[in-house]
Design a protein around this ligand. Structure first.
Ligand code: SIN
Ligand code: MN
Length: 211
């Protein structure tokens, strides 16, 4: 049994098959409105192997010129991102232990050759809110470390329907995807893996007092 760093939580099998199928349909609709695109690294312009899009009032994007950021529109179409599907908002309410809704849902699509290097999610102002991630389709080898890049890491397998939460002390843990295990799921007709990460980006405004 692998012990994850404090604040990192893995819930295997959070979504049953029917819920996974329904969520894939939701994501198909998102991708129709906001097509997957090839993100590029700040400065170098090197292409990432993962294809991305977003839903929510803000989406996480990256390109050579302007780097990592959140913006309200799709970089290709210029249109606002489609809304976050209700099924994902429900998961957030159930697991986030955070009183405000997420603003961004990053949709990552991995073919069997894609991976994602070790990184922190730190472009959000609301670091008191967790990052909640949902895996669909082929399994992957997920690596999670501590809050310093050189700290020890643990590797776990994420399967379709699993949820991972990085919150509290684990909010800034380094994490990445070392590899996809091809043909380990029948959920996606053409294979591959979808990962959905829900984030609160801005700090909620403080309550207004009546007098
Ligand atoms: C991410 O960190 O954006 C994605 C993690 C994953 O694919 O599980
Ligand atoms: Mn991340």
């Amino acid at each position: 049994m692998q012990v994850l760093p404090k604040g990192a939580r893995h819930i295997p099998g959070y979504l049953d098959r029917a819920a996974q199928e329904a969520l894939v349909e939701d994501i198909r609709a998102v991708v129709q409105a906001a097509p997957l695109y090839v993100p590029t690294m700040p400065g170098t312009g090197k292409e990432m192997s993962v294809r991305m899009t977003n839903c929510g009032s803000l989406g996480w994007v990256t390109d050579r010129e302007r780097g990592y950021r959140y913006q309200p529109t799709h970089p290709g179409t210029g249109l606002p991102w489609p809304p976050i599907p209700e099924a994902l908002l429900k998961i957030w309410r159930e697991v986030s232990d955070y009183p405000h809704p997420p603003e961004a849902c990053l949709v990552n699509f991995y073919t069997e050759a894609a991976k994602m290097g070790l990184h922190q999610d730190r472009d959000e102002a609301a670091l008191d809110a967790p990052v909640v991630s949902v895996s669909l389709g082929d399994s992957c080898l997920f690596r999670v470390g501590e809050t310093s890049r050189s700290g020890p890491t643990v590797s776990i397998r994420l399967d379709s329907g699993d949820v991972v939460i990085l919150g509290g002390e684990g909010r800034l843990c380094f994490h990445g995807v070392d590899r996809i295990y091809p043909a380990t799921s029948t959920l996606l007709k053409n294979g591959g893996r979808i990962n959905l990460t829900l984030r609160r980006v801005t700090k909620p405004s403080p309550p207004r007092h009546i007098r």
